[in-house]
Design a protein around this ligand. Structure first.
Ligand SMILES: Cc1ncc(COP(=O)(O)O)c(C=O)c1O
Length: 374
């Protein structure tokens, strides 16, 4: 817990606003539910650390059985390695001299696996690792529909062959991020079918790689909307959801969670009410992530101070430190009122903040740093 925070905590009303809250009971319920369902699928749980960037949250995930973490950035990898986490998957290609040098140092500490998808990425890494006497355990990133990074499934065997011919590289398996599931929006059956297909496609790629003589013990899928489908495909060995720890308005829109499961909120106050039909709050675009896949035209779901959604109040826009709430429900709001907003995207919102408060009932009970931000 941060130094200087009073033992026993503070009532929410005493916090400076805006502030980032994590409802501890909701977070614990999310962690237990995901650990239970991924455990029932018979696969390992390796949450993505980008959602919290907070070691206090990561420790709770480990306590719920996470085998380690997924990272996107060097700073996330370093933070977890410094904290003693022994199994880290860096699911982003290390490109450029600074990232390659970091990767070699991080690999030398042990327990790190890196995602690769091309010779262009792999050759400088292999050269640098070989000259330092370090091996590079890697997973081949496969594109199962997002069309971001990753080889097409039918190019996996050829690419793996080329990568495994490099001096320092040792293949461990395959990875996909089924982020394309969000394109199904509220069509949950369509989303589930696409998640199942992503899992089955990756498992088939793993089979083909094994048939070609490659080691492929790790078959890793990962996303929150896909966590009810992709990990259940036969042959998948691990799941990497990230957002599930908090959920968010996007995930509610995709049917991954209900609004009452959203653990991350921005605590804010009404600061001005000069025009009928609009009130201003002290949370603007520097407090929220506007990234919306399922929440067009809104910066988040506005709730009362207890976390219950307010009818007829929309978070219609923002300047840097001002938010615009509109709609008939704003007639009941007064300057000074305390509100909570469920962000569209929890991970992007996390990156805006230096610290978070665990909230329990109406009190902030712990304060923790958020690190490894840009
Ligand atoms: C490689 C990778 N794995 C896992 C995840 C976690 O997905 P989600 O945010 O849907 O939980 C992400 C999210 O961006 C990702 O990029």
């Amino acid at each position: 817990m941060s130094a200087g925070f009073p033992p026993g905590g503070l009532p929410l009303d005493a916090l400076p606003t805006p502030a980032l809250l994590v409802d501890r009971a909701r977070m614990e319920a999310n962690l237990a539910a995901m650990a239970g369902s991924i455990g029932a699928a018979g696969v390992a749980l390796r949450p993505h650390f980008k959602t919290s960037k907070c070691l206090a949250v990561a420790r709770r995930q480990l306590a719920h059985g996470a085998i380690g973490f997924t990272c996107a950035t060097p700073a996330e990898v370093r933070l977890l390695q410094d904290a003693g986490v022994e199994d880290v998957l860096w699911a982003h290609q290390p490109v450029g001299p600074a990232k390659v040098a970091f990767a070699v140092r991080a690999l030398a500490r042990g327990g790190l696996t890196i995602a690769l998808d091309s010779l262009e990425v792999a050759v400088p890494l292999s050269d640098a690792a070989a000259s330092s006497g370090v091996t590079v355990p890697f997973v081949l990133e496969v594109d199962t529909g997002l069309h971001r990074a990753g080889v097409d499934p039918d190019r996996a065997v050829e690419t793996a062959g080329a990568l495994c011919a490099l001096p320092a590289l040792e293949m461990r398996g395959v990875l996909t991020h089924e982020g394309h599931l969000a394109a199904h929006g509220p069509d949950r059956p369509g989303l589930e079918a696409a998640g199942d297909l992503a899992g089955r496609t990756l498992a088939q790629v793993a089979e083909a790689l094994r048939a070609a003589g490659h080691e492929c013990s790790l078959v890793s899928v990962g996303s929150t909307p896909g966590a009810t489908s992709a990990p259940f495909a036969a042959g998948v060995t691990e799941a990497r959801p990230g957002t599930y720890v908090y959920f968010d308005a996007n995930q509610v829109g995709l049917g991954s969670a209900g609004i009452d499961q959203c653990a991350q909120t921005v605590l804010t106050r009404v600061t001005s009410a000069q025009r009928p039909g609009t009130v201003i709050i002290d949370a603007g675009i520097k407090a929220m992530s506007s990234d919306s896949v399922a929440t067009a035209g809104s910066l988040g779901v506005v709730c009362d101070a207890e976390g219950g959604p307010l009818d007829g109040v929309e978070f219609a826009g923002g300047n840097e430190e001002h938010g615009y709430l509109t709609g008939p429900g704003t007639a009941g709001l007064r300057v000074g009122d305390l509100l909570r907003v469920v962000p569209n995207h929890a991970c992007g919102t996390t990156n805006m903040w230096s610290e978070l408060y665990f909230a329990d009932g109406g009190r902030a009970v712990e304060r923790h740093p958020i690190r490894a931000r840009y």
